[in-house]
Design a protein around this ligand. Sequence first.
Ligand code: SF4
Ligand code: SF4
Length: 157
Amino acid sequence: MPGLFKQSIALLRGFLITGRYLFRPPVTVLYPEVKTKVAQRFKGRHWLTRYADGVERCVGCELCEIVCPSQAIYVKAAENTPERQISKGERHAEQFQINMLRCIFCGFCEEACPTGSIVLGQDYELAGYSRASLVYTKPMLTEPYPGASGRDPGREV
Ligand code: SF4
Ligand code: SF4
């Protein structure tokens, strides 16, 4: 009999919880039509950013490649020339790749970058159908215009 009493109380408590939520608005997430807003500190898709005048920040120093614990980054640097000044340093990144299958989104590359070039943005939709599509190349990583990645193009490092 005490067991039956305990079960009845538990049942009643369950109904009370159901009743409490019965008339509240639904909390269904309407993804992908409505995207979830992530925290400011969220580390998502990488971008190679530009200065406000459009010049690339990356100087091809390879520090991000060295510091990456997953060996996900590949940088091939090339010299700037007076006719071809891609960045504000002596060199620029001729090739830049990030293997998103290896990346663990630790943010070490962002912290190591001396020019504030590489940043981890807010984008989290990173699925792909092939391995090749998940090796991001420099054209994929470089923001199309200053500030396109969501980061202030005039900011200091
Ligand atoms: S976030 Fe971490 S794992 Fe990913 S590329 Fe940068 S350093 Fe490498
Ligand atoms: S992204 Fe930054 S750390 Fe990486 S090569 Fe370019 S300037 Fe150097």
